[in-house]
Design a protein around this ligand. Structure first.
Ligand code: AMP
Ligand code: MG
Length: 320
């Protein structure tokens, strides 16, 4: 069975094609604002412009003919509504033209499912740390539950905002990591874990205000926010008695965060897995893969409207 997936929740417009358990194409184009953050309408315009070309590339890469596709899947949410709409309209048009079924996929669930595919983890906790999202997710009683999450911005967006206000290039995560390696001194920043949730606003304000060498601020920023992510992940693992951790999202590119996950898992006798970079960041192969699994388990999407705040725990897990 062949499924074509479409991703368009934020900066990335992607088309992925999965045949049974193999990714045969994973193409994308990402919108890079000249300055500032993502403007939803401009990002959507970018997606509308590139969607045809990304499709063509994906089909060429896959080596199949478009008529051979059995199923179309698309990111139904959560995301920026104008961007989601481009993906949904594109998906509907393609499904209609090919006369194939259409299935809506939750973007966060897809991150977890592709993580499982590439790591062979059976029943993991996912620390999903991306630009817009920060969640700790695991399966319990038939649903992927959010055990902890940010109550303001995603950890990546916080790093990017800090970087933008300090004149670093966008996205700022990699630059902050580079500077942090040269940091020697830890300065206190407001460590904010509330119950199982996280907040980054206060840390951002304080990190911008503190009078200290940039290298030391970057080091302190990383140590503080990553420790918070690790604390919530560890408590979710302890609560659910799960023995596997997957790190996903764009921030997973950070070596220090990986090292901290590794140490925490070793101490608990758990396994730590990372996902290959192209499947860790926003990508459409994860949408195709999850759509395929859902379809095989009998899921249908009668309502293909976008769901802007599509929560992870709104999805009933009918597949293995
Ligand atoms: P995503 O939203 O999953 O595509 O991830 C993008 C986010 O990952 C941006 O906010 C980046 O700043 C962040 N990011 C990328 N590389 C790194 C890194 N090495 N360290 C920290 N954050 C990173
Ligand atoms: Mg994402």
């Amino acid at each position: 069975m062949i499924c074509l997936g479409i991703e368009s929740t934020a900066h990335t417009f992607g088309i992925g094609i999965v045949q049974n358990k193999t990714v045969i194409a994973n193409e994308k184009k990402s919108y890079q604002p000249e300055k500032g953050g993502l403007h939803p309408r401009k990002t959507a315009e970018h997606h509308a412009e590139v969607c045809g070309e990304v499709l063509e590339k994906a089909i060429n890469k896959s080596g199949i003919r478009i008529e051979e596709i059995d199923l179309i899947a698309f990111s139904q949410g959560p995301g920026l509504p104008p961007c989601l709409k481009i993906g949904a309209v594109f998906a509907r048009t393609l499904a209609k033209k090919l006369g194939k079924p259409l299935i809506g996929v939750n973007h966060c669930v897809a991150h977890l499912e592709i993580g499982k595919l590439f790591t062979n983890a059976k029943d993991p906790v996912l620390l999903y740390a991306s630009g817009a999202n920060t969640q700790v997710i695991a399966l319990e009683s038939g649903k992927y539950r959010v055990f902890g999450e940010t109550i303001d911005v995603g950890v990546g967006n916080m790093l990017d905002t800090f970087g933008r206000n300090k004149g670093l290039s966008f996205p700022a995560g990699p630059e902050i990591e580079r500077l942090a390696k040269k940091g020697e001194k830890y300065v206190e920043l407001p460590y904010t874990v509330k119950g199982m949730d996280l907040a980054f606003g206060g840390i951002l304000t304080q990190a911008e205000r503190v009078k200290e060498k940039m290298e030391n601020v970057c080091h302190s920023l990383q140590e503080t926010v990553f420790a918070m992510l690790i604390e919530v992940s560890e408590r979710a693992m302890s609560h659910t008695q799960k023995k596997e951790l997957i790190l996903g999202g764009g921030v997973a590119a950070n070596k220090r965060l990986n090292d901290m996950c590794k140490i925490m898992c070793e101490e608990r006798g758990a396994k730590f897995y990372t996902v290959p970079k192209q499947y860790c960041v926003d990508n459409a192969a994860m949408i195709a893969w999850t759509g395929l699994k859902m379809h095989k388990s009998g899921v249908k999407t009668p309502d293909t409207r976008i769901i802007r705040n599509y929560r992870t725990d709104m999805v009933k897990i009918t597949w293995k």
